[in-house]
Ligand binder design. Structure first.
Ligand code: FES
Length: 206
């Protein structure tokens, strides 16, 4: 029977990963038990693993999705860009195609600003799942053939492939059905559990 990779989210606890493959920032697999606790308070001495510090510092990982809104849809002649602001971690790859996405300071969404091929290639670099596209009537948002969690050095967890995120408080899946998203592990995101880019400003290391 095919294993189902899961991440279980608890309010005051680390991320519990079940049947996932963990890849370190050096690209090598980190051997873990079937059920494994991953730090999300940012203070563990054994990152990416939890060492229990969250309990001593009063970490509160309450879900912060009050700002969650419907994804924005920008329709072009050939391709439609879909942007889910809540998921965005500000990785900045979209800025490489300035005629379509503008700059960090002045973002735009201009689906006719480049060829569909260029837009698709740029969207596929977005690690958070914030950007996706509609082509020929089909909403394309799943790109990963390998299921794994990649630890970004000094950054979030990159969840890729068939991973289900479950909120054990509400018995509900908390993220939309795309096959990649980024989870905060510095403890400072204002959009927990997803990364909002705060790690870039708070000196997080690990
Ligand atoms: S890892 Fe915490 S905001 Fe990115």
């Amino acid at each position: 029977m095919k294993k189902v990779s899961q991440i279980i989210l608890s309010k005051y606890s680390p991320l519990m990963s079940v049947d996932t493959t963990l890849i370190g920032s050096d690209g090598k697999e980190i051997k873990t038990p079937r059920v494994n606790s991953l730090c999300r308070c940012g203070e563990s001495k054994y990152k990416p693993h939890c060492d229990g510090t969250h309990a001593t510092i009063g970490f509160d990982g309450t879900r912060e999705d009050s700002e969650k809104a419907k994804p924005e849809v920008y329709e072009g002649k050939e391709i439609t860009i879909v942007f889910d602001r809540y998921l965005c971690m500000g990785a900045g790859y979209c800025g490489e195609l300035e005629s379509v996405f503008g700059t960090h300071e002045k973002p735009i969404y201009e689906p006719d600003g480049a060829s569909p091929e260029e837009i698709i290639a740029t969207i596929k670099k977005c690690p958070s799942g914030a950007l996706s596209y509609i082509l020929n009537g089909k909403h394309e948002k799943d790109y990963f053939e390998t299921t794994q969690i990649v630890v970004e050095q000094n950054g979030p967890l990159h969840c890729q492939g068939e991973i289900t995120l479950i909120d054990d408080q509400e018995s509900d899946k908390v993220l939309p059905g795309c096959d990649h998203f980024t989870l905060c592990r510095c403890g400072d995101s204002k959009k927990k559990p997803v990364c909002d880019g705060s790690h870039l400003d708070n000196g997080f290391t690990g």
